[in-house]
Design a protein around this ligand. Structure first.
Ligand SMILES: Cc1cc2nc3c(=O)[nH]c(=O)nc-3n(C[C@H](O)[C@H](O)[C@H](O)COP(=O)(O)OP(=O)(O)OC[C@H]3O[C@@H](n4cnc5c(N)ncnc54)[C@H](O)[C@@H]3O)c2cc1C
Length: 395
């Protein structure tokens, strides 16, 4: 389908998560008519923490949302990697101002709900149809019919699957295949600073155990809301649900050989504040879609969260797709350029995430944090996606 008149194409985005909301906002900026179909009845401000690495923050800056997340979140002074048992420093990466200098953008930690709220604020009103859980797709000549579990239907020329780990768009394209349980689970919890007692906690630390680790950081600008994620192997996951209430005794017993500071952080977590999550993945054989339907984010490439790069990859996808749309004559060639541009980068990040080695020792992190999805891969002849300020200056 031709890209000569952006407004004429009916674009359906399935999923108003991190990738879907960012894509909707940027496509609307290019004049596209976009409808987002989201299964949730309303936006929920989920409290778990997330890192916004500089490669992700570049896309936030293009969306003009970087100040919003800097106000609610915090810029850690550094990313400390310590031995889990004796606390020895394995690798310390200076962040704060140094991240701006070294990677060209800040490194931010905040509540996931605050990131999502910022992204949703960039989407035009009435773009999202809530309570629309996609059941399937049917090809009716030139039109794609979307059917929803509430019995309703909608029609589009182009469908972007941004519907996450258990993507129905992916199932419609490739057949149903469950993501696999990675054999890893994570206890995730947050609580107020006062509960830490007198313990001094650095901004961002990963405590590396043998097959386990604990990541801890602050979720807010004032450093009052403390967050941790404690990962460990587990042979089976007994339920369909992705999470269950965390058993504090089990968590504390499993990390009982960790450094006293970590034991203290886990010991202070109040009853009911911890959830246990199963980590799922798919192999790095990426299914991007075809000339009318495209997968982005976790729908395309879910990975273990050991590099904290899943949302970053979703936003890099979005920036690359927008550039491909700007540079192509039709959706089919834009989608092909997108897939060709993303495959290598995603493969490398997926591989290193699975290995869980990133920053365990002396590391050159530029290839991850310094990546600029707004300009990368000039060989694919993608136009640069400049920042709003640069675009205003060029006009
Ligand atoms: C423990 C953990 C920690 C993480 N930490 C980080 C981190 O620090 N930094 C980072 O960059 N990444 C992190 N990630 C990864 C990150 O959360 C995901 O990769 C990211 O959310 C993917 O974005 P997405 O838009 O593809 O999917 P999502 O944000 O999951 O959005 C998918 C959307 O689709 C909707 N949906 C699903 N099915 C349907 C349907 N059938 N019909 C309609 N709507 C549907 C969902 O309700 C949801 O709104 C972490 C992940 C985990 C598990």
């Amino acid at each position: 389908m031709s890209l000569t008149n952006n407004g004429a194409a009916r674009v359906a985005i399935v999923g108003a998560g991190i990738g879907g909301s960012a894509l909707a906002a940027l496509m609307q900026g290019l004049g596209y008519t976009v409808t987002v179909y989201e299964q949730a009845e309303r936006f929920m401000r989920v409290g778990a923490g997330i890192h916004l690495s500089p490669n992700l923050m570049r896309v936030m800056r293009r969306l003009d949302l970087h100040r919003q997340v800097l106000v609610s979140g915090q810029e850690p002074a550094g990313f400390l990697n310590r031995d889990a048992y004796d606390g020895d420093m394995l690798y310390a990466l200076e962040l704060g101002e140094a991240a701006h200098r070294q990677f060209g953008a800040p490194f931010v930690a905040l509540r996931r709900g605050d990131l999502h709220a910022a992204l949703m604020s960039a989407v035009a009103p009435n773009t999202v149809q809530w309570g629309k859980r996609l059941a399937g797709l049917d090809w009716r000549g030139e039109t794609i019919e979307l059917s929803f579990e509430d019995g309703t239907r909608a029609h589009a020329d182009i469908v972007i699957g941004a519907d996450g780990l258990r993507s129905r768009v992916r199932s419609a394209l490739c057949g149903f295949e469950q993501p696999t349980f990675s054999g890893q689970v994570a206890f995730r919890g947050s609580y107020q600073r006062a509960l830490l007692g007198g313990l001094r906690v650095d901004d961002l630390t990963k405590w590396w155990g043998d097959e386990t680790f604990v990541l801890s950081y602050w979720l807010d600008h004032a450093r009052q809301d403390f967050y941790f994620a404690a990962m460990m192997p587990q042979s089976e996951w007994p339920t369909e649900a992705s999470s269950m209430p965390g058993d504090l005794d089990e968590m504390r017993a499993r990390f009982a050989d960790f450094h006293p500071d970590v034991r203290h952080m886990l010991a202070r977590a109040p009853q009911g504040s911890v959830t246990k999550w199963a980590l799922f993945e798919r192999p790095a054989r990426f299914e991007f879609g075809n000339s009318r339907v495209l997968l982005i984010g976790d729908a395309c490439h879910p990975m273990r969260p050991f590099m904290s790069q899943g949302a970053a990859m979703a936003l890099e996808d979005v920036a690359t797709l927008i550039r491909a749309l700007m540079g192509a004559g039709d959706f089919g060639s834009a989608f092909a350029t997108f897939a060709a541009t993303r495959a290598e980068r995603l493969g490398e990040v997926h591989r290193v995430s699975s290995a869980n080695t990133f920053m365990r020792g002396p590391t050159q992190p530029e290839w991850v944090f310094g990546y600029d999805a707004l300009t990368a891969h000039p060989s694919a002849r993608l136009p640069a996606l400049h920042t709003p300020r640069a675009m205003a200056m060029a006009a």
